[in-house]
Design a protein around this ligand. Structure first.
Ligand code: CTP
Length: 399
């Protein structure tokens, strides 16, 4: 693969020499584009020797071959390592006052940055805003690691090790096992309004659904994430160019958004917690004790969204439902899961145990995945990202 490694002016540049070696040893064709400042840390002959290509910092060299855009156009991946606070700010602003800047603007290839700076500079709101801008544009960020920094300080800001950066690069270059697939994932919990200040809701944070969307995008799928009342903090994990987010509030809105999206997807993952009932009427005015009405709110059942999607599925479409249970023991949990999978007519049912202190609002999860004939086809526990990985692997096996 054709990789451009941009090097900006930080002491971690010496570690990038090893990164370039790892990449060339891995069979990649690497062109190094340092900034002038970077050359104060590691000289031009070193970059030419490790990459076995001529190296320049200027847009005025090799003009006949329009090097200032040709490098970016030909690149299949651009890595910026180290990426200083200043270079990250320049990338966020789209500045192109040197060869690295023009190369980054002229590319449509994935971009990976490995920040390196002092902890204070990393934490500064300006740097954080710039990193958020880059992430929004689909730039992948690896690190920074927490550790010893130049000058004896320590904290977040240390450039990730070359092996880790090379691994992240490899993940970006290899097509994921979900590439070419369109998927829709629901996340969060619905809220059924009672009056302008109250609703019937549940404790689902949307973390597991968001992690499922992020994992699917990372593995190459085109993702629609239907998010029911998911906070901005949680949704930040789903910032990815291949993820489209549709925000909904009530079960009816969620049902409509899922039906619309499912019409053109290969896989439906229904991770949202849907309110089983909604108030028959929603009051335009706040219900008060003197007016009454709060003690006897009349409820009506919401339609089962995932069961309807399963009944009307497109040929070959895979449908996955979730269940959060509070069983006496594991046998009862699996029994309930098997019954629910049958009743809803879905391919897989992912069940997890919830309680006052587990499942909801947590960053960790533990699940069993129940498939055809009630067989447990996968189990997973750990971070919600790790659990998402195992669930997609189980779904992938079905195809
Ligand atoms: N679900 C749905 N529409 C509903 C209720 C639930 O699509 N109106 C989906 C959920 O998103 C989840 C699965 O069905 O994927 C199981 O949800 P759960 O609330 O456990 O199912 P219920 O059928 O409500 O079962 P229970 O009898 O345990 O309440």
């Amino acid at each position: 693969m054709n990789i451009v490694v941009g090097v900006t002016g930080g002491i971690a540049a010496y570690k990038t020499v090893h990164l370039v070696r790892l990449l060339t040893k891995g069979g990649h064709d690497v062109t190094v584009v340092p900034t002038d400042d970077a050359l104060r840390f590691v000289g031009l002959p070193t970059w030419e020797a490790v990459s076995r290509h001529p190296v320049t910092t200027s847009v005025h060299d090799d003009v006949a071959r329009v090097r200032h855009v040709a490098l970016g156009q030909a690149a299949e991946l651009i890595i910026v390592a180290p990426a200083t606070a200043n270079s990250i700010a320049k990338m966020a602003a789209g500045l192109a006052d040197d060869l690295l800047g023009t190369t980054l603007l002229a590319t449509e290839a994935p971009v990976l940055v490995a920040p390196a700076m002092h902890a204070e500079m990393w934490r500064h709101p300006a740097t954080q805003a710039n990193i958020a801008t880059l992430r929004d544009r689909g730039v992948q960020v690896v690190g920074p690691a927490d550790g010893e920094l130049a000058g004896g300080d320590s904290g977040p800001g240390r450039m990730s090790e070359p092996e880790e950066i090379a691994q992240a690069a490899q993940a970006l270059l290899s097509p994921g096992d979900l590439s070419g697939l369109r998927v829709v994932v629901s996340a969060g919990g619905t809220r059924e309004p009672i009056d302008p200040v109250r609703f019937l809701g549940n404790r689902s944070s949307g973390r597991q659904g968001t992690a499922l969307a992020a994992e699917a995008a990372a593995r190459g799928a085109a993702v629609t994430l239907v998010a029911a009342n998911v906070s901005g903090d949680v949704l930040a994990a789903a910032r990815h160019p291949s993820i489209r987010i549709v925000k909904v509030g009530t079960a009816q809105e969620l049902g409509q958004a899922m039906t619309d999206a499912a019409a053109s997807t290969d896989i439906v993952v229904m991770a949202a917690a849907v309110a089983d009932y909604r108030p028959v009427t929603t009051s335009d005015r706040k219900l008060t004790k003197d007016v009454g009405g709060l003690a006897g709110i009349e409820l009506i059942e919401n339609p089962d969204i995932v069961a309807a999607l399963a009944r009307g599925r497109r040929p070959g479409q895979i449908i996955v439902a979730f269940a959060a249970e509070t069983p006496e023991d594991q046998a009862e949990m699996l029994e309930r899961a098997r019954g629910k999978r049958e009743r809803k007519g879905v391919d897989l049912l992912v069940v997890n145990e919830v309680g006052w202190d587990r499942g909801f609002e947590s960053t960790q999860n533990a699940v069993h995945v129940v498939g055809a004939e009630g067989a447990v086809v996968a189990t997973a526990s750990g971070s919600k990202a790790a659990v998402a990985g195992a669930i997609w692997t189980a779904i992938r096996r079905l195809r």
